[in-house]
Design a binder for this molecule. Structure first.
Ligand code: FES
Length: 130
């Protein structure tokens, strides 16, 4: 069964919907179930270490055509990624998201990768567009 964290994020998804004026979009589908996830990013710039500027995720939103677990973990992922540098956001792992979810049923573990893959693709798209 789903944990209370999963149920909460499924019923009240954070950062849901398209982001106007996004800097990059990433989209991934799961061929096994047909679910699709889209991540929108707004990238900001702030002081990093020393004098170098650091790019970070100023805003992030998602749209999902997917199962309850995919919606919940995408919501958790956007919370984990917001405010992170692009490098930190790209390093967010499936285990971290499953931990934030308080666990997922074994048959739903793959759902946690959809958002992560879409986020990484959005970051790649952003970096390639510069
Ligand atoms: Fe497709 Fe969950 S069953 S992402």
């Amino acid at each position: 069964m789903y944990t209370k964290q999963v149920l909460d994020h499924f019923r009240n998804p954070r950062n849901l919907g398209a982001l106007k004026n996004s800097d990059a979009i990433g989209q991934k589908g799961n061929p096994a179930c047909g679910d699709v996830m889209k991540i929108y990013l707004k990238v900001g710039s702030r002081d990093g270490d020393g004098t170098a500027k650091q790019e970070y995720i100023q805003d992030i939103r998602f749209e999902t055509l997917g199962c309850a677990a995919a919606i919940a973990v995408s919501s958790l992922l956007t919370e984990a990624a917001k405010g992170k540098s692009l490098k930190e956001a790209k390093a967010i792992t499936k285990n971290r998201i499953i931990e934030d979810a308080g666990g997922l049923p074994p048959a739903k573990i793959h759902c946690s990768m959809l958002g992560i893959d879409a986020l990484r693709e959005a970051i790649d798209n952003y970096q390639q567009s510069k």
